[in-house]
Design a protein around this ligand. Structure first.
Ligand code: SF4
Length: 313
């Protein structure tokens, strides 16, 4: 399945996620990534799957869920969605076929490519990431493909702002002792001022990260980020809201599909099971090893077993 959810999104409401790329295909290998390590960091854009199949899957999901229950169709991917060469075609078709706004969640690293900027033109909102204001923090935190430099990445976001008429909602992920010092926050703020986004969100790692030892900043550093960045919206708490299940035949499929893109707190997974009036699925998936329980910040999460081999290397 290419389309999943809708998942409750703190920024986008009921968001029908669409992943047009294979699992964990990305131009970055962020230390905080909730999807584990990037096996092969890449910048080459590809048609990974037939674009007609992706569109048809979105169509089926919209029909089952009902467009009135979807706030955004969101291209997000299990990695970096702009690596999909067909993204512009897919966005255009979605806009033609349904009266649902289209959002793209991207790490922003490929916006220096003209074809990527053109592909995003007809979307309504683009949500890029900008976690660093210097080359060294960029390399430490995002661990980009060797061909992407900080200045080039930033210039791509600046150029995109000049050309794009939709909304840009920038997200800054803050990690303890990596980018939460006054110096780092001020450098990030200088970069943000160049991009001129419509909104700025800050977030912190709330799910098990790719690299051990990655932690959210102390509350005082979050307050300092508010002081330095000015008007920002805070995503540092846990998300709430309900997942959409109409597109899934049973609890096991729903939990597997959602967990693969959006690791679930155990309480969320058990809630999904109850919604299907089923029981025993989660326990049997934990027993047969297809799901693994991982503690992060004193909270139990359920991750697909395939993540564990690529976590914490
Ligand atoms: S957090 Fe996003 S950009 Fe970073 S490695 Fe994971 S999928 Fe890629």
């Amino acid at each position: 399945m290419y389309a999943y959810g809708p998942v409750p999104s703190r920024r986008l409401g009921r968001s029908l996620g669409v992943s047009p790329i294979p699992p964990k295909t990305c131009s970055y290998n962020c230390i905080y990534c909730q999807l584990g390590q990037t096996g092969r960091v890449q910048v080459r854009r590809e048609s990974f799957y037939p674009k007609e199949d992706i569109l048809s899957d979105i169509g089926k999901a919209v029909k089952v869920i009902n467009s009135a229950n979807i706030d955004y169709i969101t291209f997000v991917g299990d990695g970096e969605p702009t690596l999909c060469k067909d993204l512009g075609w897919l966005i255009g078709k979605c806009k033609q076929q349904w009266q649902i706004p289209v959002a793209v969640i991207t790490n922003g690293s490929l916006l220096f490519m003209k074809d990527v900027r053109q592909d995003l033109e007809s979307s309504d909102v683009v949500l890029p990431t900008l976690d660093a204001g210097s080359e060294d923090v960029f390399r430490t935190l995002n661990r980009p493909h060797g061909s992407i430099g900080f200045e080039e990445m930033l210039q791509g976001q600046v150029d995109f702002r000049k050309e794009y008429s939709g909304k840009i909602w920038l997200e800054v992920m803050l990690v303890k002792d990596v980018n939460d010092s006054d110096k780092s926050l001020m450098e990030i703020n200088d970069a943000i001022k160049q991009v001129k986004p419509d909104r700025i969100y800050i977030s912190v790692p709330i799910r098990p990260p790719a690299k051990p030892g990655v932690r959210p900043p102390e509350p005082g550093r979050i307050i300092r980020a508010h002081e330095i960045f000015g008007t920002i919206l805070d995503l540092t708490d846990y998300e709430s809201g309900e997942f959409g299940f109409d597109n899934y035949p049973d609890a096991r499929t729903a939990i597997t599909e959602i967990c693969s893109r959006h690791p679930l707190r155990e309480e969320q997974a058990r809630d999904i099971e109850l919604r299907f009036s089923e029981s025993g699925n989660i326990d049997s998936m934990l027993s047969d090893g297809s799901l693994v329980r991982v503690e992060y910040q004193n909270m139990p999460y359920l991750l697909p077993a395939k993540f564990i081999g690529i976590l914490s290397k």
